[in-house]
Write a protein that binds this ligand. Sequence first.
Ligand SMILES: *Cc1c(COP(=O)(O)O)cnc(C)c1O
Length: 223
Amino acid sequence: MSILDNVQEVTKRMEQASEKSSSEKQVQLIGVTKSVSSQVASELLAAGVTHLGENRPDGLLEKQAELGRTACTWHFIGTLQTRKVRQIIDAIDVLHSLDRLHLAEEINKRTDRIIDCFIQVNVSGEESKQGIAPEDVPSFLHEIGQYPAIRVIGLMTMAPLTEDTARIREVFRSLKTLQEEVKAKKLSYAPCTELSMGMSSDFEIAIEEGATFVRIGTTLVHT
Ligand SMILES: *Cc1c(COP(=O)(O)O)cnc(C)c1O
């Protein structure tokens, strides 16, 4: 299988899952390149992928230096340390891991742009997982309003580490419910129309439950 075969296969599986989704929105594929070279990343672009995701500042900056700032939409999907914000923020188009006010404050201080962000939510409650607790989302959202550089375009989560697909589905469904609640608030700085959920092992479930962005690494880049 080539990278092109992988992209075509994943795209087909995404389309099939979309047919079972109640969401009307087109699902966007983010190719996660954290474990591969810039060469592989460029093959993904050549195969038609228009979004790339990285979880470390160095990885993103390296790929971007090779491929170009405008080669694709650049997603930062990992935990972002406050001290790295200055170095990376203007290389990012979408941040998937907004999980603390201090990070929002730092972003606001370090850029003149408006950054599209997902609030990362720890739906499963696993201690190893980043993200804010679902019940804390409303107050967090309220506080975020003081930072003009932040636009909350949606919510992001990671599925729990389990083979239990019913449990995974439940987690994705809860995030969807929460997203609808936030969207209904009609906050100018938090349209919250998007849902970032689903990786190689669970993206079809995520799409069925309303994902608008899936973050896929292994299945795309493994040849
Ligand atoms: C690595 C990673 C992915 C992609 O995972 P795969 O299982 O390789 O598809 C998605 N989201 C985040 C936050 C990641 O760190």
